[in-house]
Ligand binder design. Sequence first.
Ligand SMILES: NC(=O)c1ccc[n+]([C@@H]2O[C@H](COP(=O)([O-])OP(=O)(O)OC[C@H]3O[C@@H](n4cnc5c(N)ncnc54)[C@H](OP(=O)(O)O)[C@@H]3O)[C@@H](O)[C@H]2O)c1
Length: 359
Amino acid sequence: MKTYNVGVIGATGMVGQRFMLLLANHPWFKVTALAASARSAGKTYAEAVGEKWSFETPIPESYKTMTVLDAEADMDEIAAKVDFVFCAVNMDKAKIRAIEEAYAKKEVPVVSNNSAHRFTADVPMIIPEINAEHLDVIPAQRKRLQTKRGFIAVKSNCSLQSYVPLLHPLKGFGIKDAAVCTYQAISGAGKTFKTMPEILDNVIPYIGGEEEKSEKEPLKIWGSVENGEIVSAQSPVITAQCLRVPVSDGHTAAVFVSFEQKPTKEQILEAWKNFQGEPQKLGLPSAPAQFLTYFEEDNRPQAKLDRMQFGGMGVTAGRLREDTLFDYKFIGLSHNTLRGAAGGAVLLAELLAAKGYMD
Ligand SMILES: NC(=O)c1ccc[n+]([C@@H]2O[C@H](COP(=O)([O-])OP(=O)(O)OC[C@H]3O[C@@H](n4cnc5c(N)ncnc54)[C@H](OP(=O)(O)O)[C@@H]3O)[C@@H](O)[C@H]2O)c1
């Protein structure tokens, strides 16, 4: 595989920092441009991140002295330096939509963590193991944008990565409806215990916009490509409640599900164990060897113990049992800034590169 030069837009943020760590030793991708807001532009990466660096692993040496560019004002310079960009910025949605389209129109593919384009009909929203075939919509998007290379591909919200991967292999049994309650880590809000002291000894029962995303995004992921657009599925209906909990990393989900043809517990466990997606078949560098891992122990999965399964890219489950109201209930867990954000985006970029979309 050839080496691709990549830019990280939002490199100073929580997700951006994750990108920097993941890309430091990536076999295919080399960071050649960093960008953030005008506040950071002109500073070295080490100066711009400063106290905001959120990881025990220090800033990789090769990035410390790189100059941070302005994501908007320096767009031409960035476009000239990269084959594609990752984008994870915290700003007004209309502005994010405009910036991402502007990069695409400069023939720079954009792999985005932002929610701004998730419901643009010709923008694929991908969990690489689940709906890689939605990349087929990219030619139609390029036609609309009048580009040869440029396009936008997005990953879904972090909350649903702790239950959609576990529901997906069960679709053959006809999922009727599902209820989920998510227990979400503070890094999902770009926070640490230092910057979010109000979460200590506390649970906050509201995360703006999260329940709508958790209910609606799975239907686009399970949708189909028709006439150059992705048409969302109509079912299964999902109801969600999302809580912020005092956990640094790792979103947990309590899931309840009913089926048209109720499987046995063994059939569910077998479906999880055997499930493989395109990343496993293609042997992509960031693909977890086993996408879904089930724990027999009653007290697993735990965020602290299990979020780093396969480098934070594996999804774990436990406590599968029959329910009084639904057919079954179980617990799911995924790492929100790895599988749920930067890692999921890197895997998506690998999939795009392997399928020739970055050439
Ligand atoms: N954290 C997660 O688990 C997670 C998961 C999935 C998706 N996301 C999404 O990823 C995005 C970033 O999240 P985050 O948690 O990393 O946020 P964050 O820590 O607040 O970082 C925000 C980044 O955006 C940059 N930025 C802000 N205003 C800008 C502007 N006007 N122009 C260019 N860059 C600007 C910041 O640069 P400065 O340092 O210069 O201000 C910083 O690099 C959000 O859309 C979020 O919804 C996050």
